[in-house]
Design a protein around this ligand. Structure first.
Ligand SMILES: Cc1cc2nc3c(=O)[nH]c(=O)nc-3n(C[C@H](O)[C@H](O)[C@H](O)COP(=O)(O)O)c2cc1C
Length: 436
C-alpha cells in the first residue's frame, strides 16, 4: 500500500492516487454568486499538482444560506447563466486525470447575519456565539426539508452536467446537515429528529435521491464530523452509527473531520473555543497526533468498509503512509499546505520533500503574549482568525493569477480579508451582477 496507488471506489471509478485536496471555501465568486475566471485559474493550478481528487470549496444550494459572501451558489432559476463557467471550471479541474468533486452545502444556522438574520435550521437553537453575527434560526417545516433534499439533488445534477466527476455532501463543521446529526441542535420530535437513525434520515434521502437521478457510477462522498466535541453534541459513538447508515445508503467515500464554529477542532484549534465550558476535551495524546481525527476514523473503520478519507493535520509522508498501510483510511485529505504551495503533493510524491509545509505553526501576530499560545483568549482567537484570513488571501491570490505570498503578515491578511468580506457583503446586498 503506497500513496501513489490507485483507489477503486464502490461506483467503479478509480482515483489516480491517495491524496485529496480538502474542500476550502474560495470566497472568490462575484456578487451574483457565480463561478468565474478566478475559479478556472485556481483549479488549473491545483490540477497540475499531482493530486488525486480536488474537492471544491463549499458550493451552496441556496443564496439565503451561504457560508460566506463570495461563495458559489447554484439555483434552478439562474444556473443556466453560469453553466458555461461551471463547465470551464470542470475542464480545468479535471486536467491530468484529476477528479474534481463539488462540495455541496447549506450553511443552516451558521449563515452569517449579514446574509440572513433568520436562517433555517433543524430547530430554533441559536449559535452560542456572543454578538449579533448570527441570527436566531427558524425550524424547518417537513415541506422545507423535502425542498432541501431536492436542491441538493439539483446541484449534484448540475455538477455532473458540467463535467465535475463527483460530489461531496457537506455534513461537517456545524452546517445544516451536521446540525441535523447533533442532538443538542436538532430537537425535532418528528421523523427527522430524535434517534440517530432519524437524525441521519435527511442524509439517506439526499443520497438516495442523487443516486436515483445520477445513476450508480457517479462518486458520492459525505464529509461528516467524527464528533462535535461539544457537551450534548454528536458523540464519537453516534458518529459510528451515522457512518454505517450513510454507507448503507450507497456512498463511495466518507471523509472524517470534526467540530463546529463553537468548537473549531477541524483546524486542530483545541484551545480556541467560544464555549469552553461546553467543550469536550480531547486527550493531549490525540491532539498531539499528526492527524488529529485518525483515532476516530479507526473506530468508524471497524464498522464500515467504504473508502474512508481523514482530513486534519496530515503533514509528513511517513504519517500519511502509516495511516494508509495500517488501513485506518484509504485517502488522505490535505488542506492548508495547498493554499500556499499548490505543488506540495507533487514534490512529496516525487520524493523531493518528506513533509508538507505547516504554515499554521509559524503564523503569529507577534512573539510571546501575542502568539497563538498567549494566555489571553482574545489574542488566541485573533491569531486563529488571522491565520484563516491568511489562507483565504493566498487562495484569492492564486485565483487572481498571482503566486502565494509567504511573507504576508498575519495582521495585514486579517485586515485585508475583513475589508474584502465587508465589500463582498455590500455588493451582495446590492445584488450586483457583473461577471469577470
Ligand atoms: C481557508 C479554509 C477554508 C475551508 N473551507 C472549507 C469548506 O468549504 N468545506 C469544508 O468541508 N472544510 C473547509 N475547511 C476545512 C478543511 O477542509 C480541512 O478540514 C482543514 O483545513 C483541516 O485540514 P488541514 O490540517 O490539512 O488543513 C477549510 C479550511 C481552510 C483553512
Amino acid at each position: 500500500m503506497n500513496l501513489k496507488d490507485k483507489v477503486l471506489l464502490p461506483c467503479g471509478k478509480s482515483i489516480k492516487n491517495r491524496i485529496c485536496k480538502a474542500a476550502m471555501t474560495e470566497r472568490i465568486a462575484r456578487a451574483d454568486n457565480f463561478a468565474n475566471q478566478k475559479h478556472l485559474k485556481l483549479y488549473r493550478t491545483w490540477s497540475e499538482g499531482e493530486i488525486g481528487v480536488l474537492l471544491t470549496g463549499n458550493v451552496q444550494i441556496d443564496r439565503n444560506h451561504l457560508e460566506g459572501p463570495a461563495n458559489v451558489c447554484i439555483e434552478e432559476n439562474t444556473y443556466k447563466e453560469q453553466l458555461p463557467f461551471l463547465k470551464k471550471w470542470a475542464e480545468e479541474g479535471t486536467r491530468n486525470n484529476t477528479h474534481l468533486w463539488m462540495q455541496v452545502s447549506h450553511a443552516g444556522r451558521q449563515t452569517p447575519g449579514e446574509i440572513n438574520t433568520s436562517p433555517k435550521a433543524p430547530s430554533s437553537v441559536p449559535l452560542k456565539i456572543p454578538g449579533k453575527k448570527f441570527g436566531k434560526p427558524k425550524a424547518l417545516t417537513p415541506t422545507e426539508i423535502k425542498e432541501i433534499i431536492k436542491k441538493f439533488t439539483f446541484v449534484a445534477k448540475v455538477a455532473r452536467e458540467s463535467g465535475f466527476t463527483g460530489v461531496q455532501i457537506h455534513s461537517a463543521h456545524g452546517y445544516l446537515l451536521s446540525e441535523f446529526l447533533s442532538p443538542d441542535i436538532n430537537l425535532r420530535n418528528d421523523e427527522w429528529g430524535g434517534s440517530i437513525e432519524n437524525r441521519t434520515r435527511i442524509h439517506v434521502e439526499i443520497i438516495k435521491s442523487i443516486r436515483q437521478e445520477l445513476g450508480s457510477d457517479f462518486p458520492i462522498s459525505v464529509k461528516m464530523n467524527s464528533a462535535d466535541f461539544q457537551k450534548g453534541g454528536l458523540t464519537p459513538e453516534e458518529a459510528v452509527v451515522a457512518a454505517k447508515i450513510i454507507e448503507s445508503a450507497g456512498v463511495d467515500n466518507i471523509e472524517v473531520s470534526g467540530g463546529t464554529y463553537e468548537q473549531p477542532k477541524l483546524l486542530g484549534l483545541d484551545k480556541v473555543s467560544v464555549q469552553p465550558k461546553r467543550s469536550e476535551i480531547r486527550k493531549n495524546s490525540t491532539i498531539a497526533r499528526e492527524a488529529y481525527f485518525l483515532k476516530y476514523a479507526e473506530d468508524i473503520k471497524k464498522h464500515t468498509t467504504v473508502p474512508l478519507m481523514v482530513t486534519g493535520g496530515f503533514r509528513t509522508k511517513e504519517g500519511m503512509e502509516r495511516a494508509i498501510k495500517s488501513r485506518a483510511c484509504e485517502i488522505i485529505g490535505v488542506g492548508r499546505p495547498l493554499c500556499a504551495n499548490p505543488f506540495a503533493i507533487k514534490d512529496l510524491l516525487e520524493g523531493k520533500i518528506d513533509h508538507l509545509p505547516s504554515y499554521e505553526k509559524t503564523l503569529s501576530l507577534g512573539p510571546g503574549p501575542l502568539s497563538p499560545s498567549s494566555p489571553f483568549r482574545l489574542i488566541q482567537a485573533l491569531n486563529a482568525f488571522g491565520a484563516q484570513a491568511w489562507f483565504y488571501q493566498q487562495i484569492k491570490r492564486m485565483g487572481n493569477n498571482k503566486t502565494p505570498n509567504l511573507k504576508m503578515g498575519l495582521f495585514s491578511a486579517f485586515r485585508r480579508d475583513a475589508r474584502e468580506d465587508k465589500e463582498a457583503f455590500r455588493k451582495l446586498k446590492n445584488k450586483t451582477t457583473t461577471h469577470t
